[in-house]
Design a binder for this molecule. Structure first.
Ligand SMILES: NC(=O)c1ccc[n+]([C@@H]2O[C@H](COP(=O)([O-])OP(=O)(O)OC[C@H]3O[C@@H](n4cnc5c(N)ncnc54)[C@H](O)[C@@H]3O)[C@@H](O)[C@H]2O)c1
Length: 288
């Protein structure tokens, strides 16, 4: 394995997650190329990274020089051909199988031999993404959490054909950017984390829908009873009710397990536009 910090990283998608992954990678010393489809998306991503570094500097967790140096290690491009130099490619585009499949088909053509192709998907089986490539043994799930610079966890996911080598490279990368990893040995839909939170949110929404308890009391029960930092309905509002409904549909369609059958209220909320914090109302109202 090459020296960790000299590994070139390519991040595909400069949204919330991609920008965060580029940020922590550059901070750990990696040269990073960040790719999105438009210059506007790249600019937004870079602005977010700059603002986040500035926050770390103002809190004394990073010096201004370190932040400048890290920023200097990030280049942006709309050209996917830029992945040719990368040792590790981390894909963080929209959570849609067709979009990810088309990105991985291209990566398979453009990435160098031996490059590890990682996906930040929250719930799509890695085996399905890997299947569109001629090198499934190099495809691995590297699931970061939001906000990336703050959240310590990375869930590493082994697809059906992921090699020990690819998993080891992914582990070294994730630990090198300061994260703690858990390994998911079989890429069941939702892996471990999305499966757990989806089951909890679905059950909480069912209890709320059937009037068993108020949203506040359901969340308080989890916070004070189990020591959770946030209740499940608050988490749903933060993550997006639409995102969790989509995750529940995906996991249910793979498993046919009733505990992932989302209650009607979640579908009604999404249809009505009550998506959580981002829309100003979910299980709770928010100031826009
Ligand atoms: N948001 C979260 O809390 C979270 C947490 C963990 C994992 N994820 C996963 O991370 C991935 C990205 O999520 P996000 O929240 O950053 O989404 P986002 O919508 O903020 O960003 C996605 C970015 O991908 C870009 N994109 C789309 N197609 C592209 C392509 N072909 N090439 C390059 N860029 C492309 C879009 O322009 C956009 O900038 C998803 O798979 C999501 O499930 C999200």
């Amino acid at each position: 394995m090459t020296n960790a910090t000299t590994q070139q990283i390519a991040v595909i998608g400069a949204g919330l997650m991609g920008a965060g992954i580029a940020q922590v990678s550059a901070q750990a010393g990696h040269p990073v190329v960040l790719r999105d489809v438009t210059d506007a998306a790249l600019q937004r991503g870079l602005d977010g990274i700059r603002a986040s570094y500035a926050k770390f500097v103002s809190k004394g967790k990073l010096t201004a020089e370190e932040a400048e140096a890290a920023l200097g290690r990030i280049t942006t491009t709309t050209d996917l051909g830029a992945v040719a130099e990368a040792d590790i490619v981390v894909e963080a585009v929209f959570e849609q199988l067709e979009v990810k499949e088309s990105v991985f088909r291209e990566l398979d053509k453009l990435a160098k031999d031996g490059a590890v192709l990682a996906s930040n998907t929250s719930a799509i089986p890695i085996t399905r993404i890997a299947a569109v490539t001629e090198r499934p043994e190099f495809v691995v799930g590297v699931h970061f959490f939001s906000p990336v610079p703050m959240m310590k966890l990375v869930e590493l996911v082994r697809g059906y054909k992921t090699s020990d080598h690819a998993l080891a490279v992914a582990r070294q990368f994730a630990e090198g950017v300061g994260k703690e990893v858990v390994v998911v040995n079989r890429d069941v839909a939702g892996f471990v984390t999305t499966r757990l939170i989806t089951a909890l949110v679905v059950e909480a929404a069912k209890l709320y829908e059937s009037g068993v308890a108020s949203a506040e009391d359901i969340d308080t029960a989890c916070r004070l009873g189990f020591g959770h930092a946030m209740g499940p309905l608050q988490t749903a509002d933060l993550t997006g009710v639409d995102i969790l409904l989509h995750a529940a549909h995906n996991i249910y369609s793979e498993t046919k397990d009733e505990k992932f059958a989302a209650p009607e209220i979640m579908a009604r909320m999404v249809t009505a536009g009550d998506l959580g914090r981002k829309s100003g109302r979910g299980f709770y109202p928010y100031e826009k």
